[in-house]
Design a protein around this ligand. Structure first.
Ligand code: 2AL
Length: 176
């Protein structure tokens, strides 16, 4: 999609806004729907602030719900071709679409252990990682305390959202 400026964002009607920003937080278009009411936005940071404030205001069940809306890294949705366009791009960028069978199996195993321990899926901003770092980070986070892990996972959701918003508004330094 063509990058857009903040005036264009502020001029969007509800339907257009949700179409464009509905997946800034993976499979949570409700957040974009709520953020639309807060316009006008002064800039990208201001827009982002509203997305994140919505997340922070949720009860724990809602924050865990956001995590549960994320597909596993190199998981079933990737194999079945049902990832969102954004998620596929991120997972491909990290090399997760070209794992060998052993790497895939290892990640599936770790993802399963993580979900069993914390009750939500492992979430990591794939564009800030790569195929070698993902299992290492998964192993490390598996040892964290649940309350800390919930905070870490939501910080990753925000990193993903930050990068997706920056894509839409053309605010990336080249290549990031
Ligand atoms: C994802 C995803 O779909 N994109 C990304 O950066 N991370 N999923 C996940 N479970 O971490």
């Amino acid at each position: 999609m063509q990058a857009m400026d903040i005036e264009k964002v502020n001029s969007m009607d509800f339907g257009e806004f949700v179409d464009v920003f509905g997946n800034v937080i993976e499979r949570c278009p409700l957040i974009a729907a709520a953020v639309w009411s807060q316009r006008p936005f002064s800039n990208l940071e201001d827009l982002e602030k509203h997305f994140f404030a919505f997340i922070d205001a949720l009860p724990q069940s809602g924050r865990e719900g956001i995590l549960r809306c994320h597909p596993d890294l190199a998981g079933r949705e990737l194999q079945q071709g049902t990832l969102s366009a954004e998620s596929l791009r991120e997972q491909r960028g990290a090399g997760l679409t070209s794992l060998d069978a052993g790497e895939r199996l290892r990640l599936a195993e770790l993802n399963g252990q993580y979900r069993a321990r914390f009750g939500f899926p492992f979430v990591l901003a794939a564009r800030r990682s790569d195929r070698a770092a993902v299992p290492r980070e998964l192993e490390r986070r598996l040892r964290c305390a649940p309350a800390q892990e919930l905070r870490t996972a939501l910080a990753e959701v925000k990193k993903i959202g930050h990068l997706r918003l920056a894509d839409l508004l053309g605010a990336h330094p080249a290549g990031l």
